[in-house]
Design a protein around this ligand. Structure first.
Ligand SMILES: [Zn+2]
Length: 468
């Protein structure tokens, strides 16, 4: 770092949060521009959690922490994303996102604050900006996409949802530094620092439940949660006593969680057998037997067992089916192959790897929105799948059946225990539509724990799907 700094002395600045010299290729104005331009894209891709109270609450907490930081003048913005995965991430310039999935795993306001503080730490220490090379900057074009840090996402897959975002991997040192800065900001805002290790304990339990090896991405970029507990505990005992007992905000936070959507939201699409239902957009579509259905916010589709054929449903960007057809056949590598039926066309295409593809595409207007339905396979494999894929495309239609239309997501419900009981009894008296081990994790308790009288506990209710 020192050598790099000497070589480019003019671009070297002292970071106020970390006290370290940083080689800065990106100005603060550019940094803010990256986060600002990405904001609408992130919100469109993940969706904002549709609850004004939650948005205001998280933003207010974040702002109160950010003003205690070394970069209070950044245009800080905090959003809750409508995503079931446990995740939080920060964009350069002070744009911070937490998912409803992570919110439902916290058990106090101070736990939430510790994660917001950690994300603020990534921004104040300029971790993502520092990681970007000039080449990456050139590729990004400063606005087509921007780099984000991501913290708790257990597995890959967002990129496929159409999010043009480069997720950078932080080093363990960066993560430790963000933990330290998070601890600094939460104590400055007068929160109990002991709540930070509770969050790591929850991640530790999630990791155990996932079977360790299942989340290599997370493990490779983040220090082991158990080690994080030890590191932070060692710092907490060194704090002056007056900083060691701040706000916790347990019951108030839990009351706020009552009614929050939990897990996947079936109103945005779910499948029963090989049929996909989308209640909010009132359509249904049946995919070929035995194929794996994938549902993402802006795409639904299915892939053959051999992974050599696809049926994909997306929203066309155009306002009319005719415009969408023109746009689809515009690229040079796509050749029309004649009409199959009303508004469906055969095509041949050359893949980006030079492979020859054959497929069928159709454009259907449904409730004022044009859908693109496309099925394709390698030219040699197409005959094997052609009939099944055509049947699937033709099955797209209006969803009328109230049984499938009226589904609701599962929700968190908060109950107050009328007497002391062990966790097993709690599950019996207050059954959840989730595994017992998961209920223990979201409550931050062990499955052998005795729960005291008057304790607030989360259970998961609703979310049942119709069966076949
Ligand atoms: Zn982090």
């Amino acid at each position: 770092m020192i050598v790099a700094c000497l070589a480019a002395l003019t671009a070297c600045t002292l970071n106020p949060a970390t006290g370290q010299r940083q080689l800065t290729l990106i100005s603060e104005a550019q940094e803010v521009e990256m986060g600002r331009r990405a904001e609408p894209q992130v919100l469109a891709s993940f969706g904002e959690y549709p609850d004004e109270e939650w948005q205001t609450y998280v933003n207010d907490l974040g702002q109160a922490l950010a003003v205690t930081s070394e970069r209070p003048h950044l245009p800080w913005a905090f959003h809750v994303l409508d995503d079931p995965l446990v995740n939080a991430f920060a964009y350069p310039g002070g744009y911070i996102y937490v998912t409803r999935g992570i919110l439902s795993h916290f058990n106090s306001e101070a736990e939430l604050v510790s994660v917001l503080g950690h994300e603020i730490g990534h921004v104040t220490a300029r971790h993502s900006v520092e990681q970007m090379s000039q080449q990456q900057l050139a590729q990004l074009g400063l606005g087509v996409a921007a780099a984000a840090s991501e913290d708790f996402r257990p597995y890959a897959g967002y990129a496929a949802a159409g999010l043009q975002v480069l997720f950078l991997k932080f080093s363990r040192d960066d993560e430790r530094q963000a933990d330290d800065l998070g601890l600094r900001y939460m104590t400055r805002a007068d929160y109990d620092p002991e709540e930070m290790p509770n969050v790591f304990r929850t991640f530790d339990r999630m990791q155990d439940a996932a079977g360790g090896g299942q989340i290599p991405d997370w493990q490779s970029t983040h220090p082991n949660p158990a080690d994080r507990v030890g590191r932070i505990q060692a710092q907490i005992v060194e704090l002056p006593p007056e900083l060691r007992d701040g706000k916790v905000g347990r019951d108030g936070y839990l009351r706020r969680l009552d009614g929050m959507t939990f897990g996947e939201n079936p109103r945005e699409g779910y499948s029963v057998g090989n049929t996909f239902y989308h209640p909010d957009m009132a359509f249904r579509m049946t995919f070929p037997d035995g194929w794996t259905i994938v549902n993402q916010r802006q795409t639904a589709g299915a892939i053959s067992p051999e992974q050599d054929a696809l049926v994909v449903l997306t929203l066309a960007g155009e306002n009319t089916a005719a415009d969408a057809v023109r746009a689809f056949f515009e690229p040079k590598n796509v050749q029309p192959g004649g009409r199959w039926r009303e508004s469906f066309y055969n095509f041949n295409a050359t893949g980006s790897d030079g492979s020859n593809l054959r497929g069928v595409v159709g454009f259907v207007k449904h409730r004022d929105v044009v859908f693109q339905l496309v099925a394709y396979a390698g030219r040699d494999d197409f005959s094997q799948y052609g009939n099944a894929m055509r049947r699937s495309l033709a099955s797209f239609g209006e969803l009328h059946n109230r049984r499938y239309l009226d589904v609701e997501p599962a929700r968190v419900e908060i109950v107050k225990l009328p007497r002391a009981m062990d966790f097993g009894k709690f599950l019996q008296h207050y059954p959840s539509n989730a595994k017992g081990s998961q209920v223990a994790i979201i409550n931050g308790v062990g499955t052998d724990q005795i729960l005291e009288k008057g304790r607030l506990m989360k259970r998961i209710v609703g979310g049942e799907l119709p069966d076949n």
